[in-house]
Design a protein around this ligand. Structure first.
Ligand code: ATP
Length: 465
């Protein structure tokens, strides 16, 4: 098993992400703002592909799930009902020496800001007693700021689904079991945002609330854990880099009967990508109680009324994007142009062997790669090559995000696309003008074959299926 902890250097990855336009620090112009990130031209495509893959698999390809796009700011009573106002908090301590604030339950892996070789708490600084800190961002609605104008940025998308359960049920002709899915921004005032984008203060969630009959909780929970694990391998995370954290009974919330976290082996340890919880009927019962509205479902087959139970697979887009970047990132030694040899992983700190050169590559699965193919004329000063390449590019661009590049030596153009994670390079050369074939280069093997130009769309379509 390859342990991603030892193969990816997070600083190098972050530097590539900035250089190639995947991820920038938010408001960098003004010194940045901790816990907020911007996605550049390639990053936004990567995130979009993750969300599209989820939406297609969880909503569009199923008969039993429908979508929703709820507002970020909701009635504050929503958060009283959900329990977030009272209970959505982390324990916080202050260091009396450096004045830093830290999550009391994560001191073991938080370095002291003044003595980074030591951990907070063992650095010699005296810590205050832990106190609870609510993670919801508060705002106010309207021109007057008083107690009655207080509102919150949602800390999860799930509550928008529960609050609209009745409306969606009445318009969608669904019967239990069925689900409502939503993708959208969530905000948490994390005490210590860290590990690059992993723990941010603004992030995106993809959540499904799958409503079921009481008593079927265990089997549906098992079903969704299996489904979701398979999805992660479909988008390109290796099964051996995924773990499951199964909650013990005493770790579960009082209303939950099961919870499994899907974890990925990040360079900073195995950490959660998605939580899948069987939450009983807690959420709908609480909204029924707080709103005074009956949220029971009438089961026409069993001729009975009940508040549906729910299984909730809840995933974070940004964490999945980071996992895919870690999974794809490689620094390799490759044979120099014209030389024989194999592609090998570079050994950190060692000199590049004779006859080889180093390349950085993102080995994304074609399905989630930001750009699917790059089209090159061999030379930019030969109009017949440029025109043919541009024609092919315009044709492919109607269906996929593709890239056209005519600047620099062809080897350098390939290398640039390797760093962007583009799976295929298509080159129009002199032979193309004679026999209507192009060079098709595979990013991972670097092998080049000749392919009839007319077959390029079908080959691309197969690779993306
Ligand atoms: P953690 O224990 O890591 O704080 P959580 O258990 O509180 O996460 P959930 O409330 O289950 O997280 O949220 C569902 C998903 O939303 C998580 O699996 C994660 O992918 C994403 N998520 C939660 N908090 C953050 C955050 N601060 N930054 C980025 N993604 C997040």
């Amino acid at each position: 098993m390859t342990d991603k902890n030892t193969t990816v250097n997070l600083e190098q990855l972050a530097s590539l992400c900035k250089r190639r336009g995947f991820i920038f620090q938010s408001s960098e112009l003004y010194g940045g703002i901790n816990g907020f990130w911007d996605y550049g031209p390639l990053g936004v495509e990567l995130k979009r592909n993750i969300k599209d893959a989820w939406w297609r698999d969880v909503v569009q390809r199923r008969d039993d799930v429908v979508g929703l796009d709820a507002s970020i700011i909701m009635h504050p009573r929503v958060w009283a009902a959900s329990g977030h106002l009272d209970g959505f908090s982390d324990p916080m301590v202050d260091c009396k020496t450096c004045k830093g604030r830290f999550r009391a339950d994560q001191l073991d892996n938080t370095p002291c800001p003044q003595k980074p070789s030591k951990k907070v708490g063992v650095c010699g600084g005296e810590l205050t007693e832990p106190r609870q800190f609510n993670l919801m961002f508060q705002t106010s609605i309207g021109p007057v700021q008083d107690d009655s104008s207080v509102a919150y940025l949602r800390p999860e998308t799930a509550q928008g689904i529960f609050a609209q359960f009745d409306n969606v049920l009445s318009v969608s002709r669904q019967k239990v079991p069925f689900g409502i899915a939503q993708i959208g921004k969530a905000f948490r005032n994390e005490i210590n945002p860290r590990n690059y984008t992993f723990r941010s203060r603004e992030f995106e969630q993809m959540e499904l609330e799958y409503f079921i009959a009481p008593g079927s909780d265990q089997s549906w929970h098992e079903y969704w854990v299996k489904e979701r694990l398979a999805w992660y391998t479909r988008i390109g995370l290796a099964a051996e880099h995924l773990d499951q954290y199964i909650y013990a009974k005493e770790e579960l919330a009082h209303y939950a009967s099961a919870c499994v976290d899907i974890m990925y082996q990040f360079p900073f340890g195995s950490q959660e990508l998605e939580g899948i919880a069987a939450r009983g009927n807690y959420d709908l019962s609480r909204h029924s109680e707080y709103s005074g509205k009956n949220l029971e479902y009438f089961d026409q087959e069993k001729i009975e009324r009940y508040i549906p139970h729910v299984v909730e697979p809840s995933a974070g887009v940004d964490r999945i994007a980071l996992a895919l970047l870690c999974e794809a990132y490689r620094v390799e030694w490759i044979p120099k142009e014209g030389a024989e040899g194999e592609i090998r992983d570079a050994v950190p700190g060692e000199k590049v062997p004779a006859g080889c050169e180093e390349r950085t590559v993102l080995r994304f699965a074609p399905l989630i790669a930001p750009v699917k193919a790059a089209i090159f004329p061999l030379l930019k000063n030969r109009p017949e090559l440029v025109n043919t390449a541009q024609e092919l590019y315009r044709d492919l661009q109607r269906r996929w995000p593709v890239f056209y590049d005519q600047t620099g030596a062809i080897g350098r153009r390939y290398r640039r696309q390797d760093e962007a994670g583009t799976p295929f390079g298509i080159t129009v050369d002199f032979q193309s003008l004679e026999d209507q074939t192009v060079t098709w280069r595979d990013r991972d093997t670097m092998q080049q074959i000749r392919v009839p130009m007319a077959e390029v769309p079908a080959r691309l379509s197969d690779a993306l299926a």
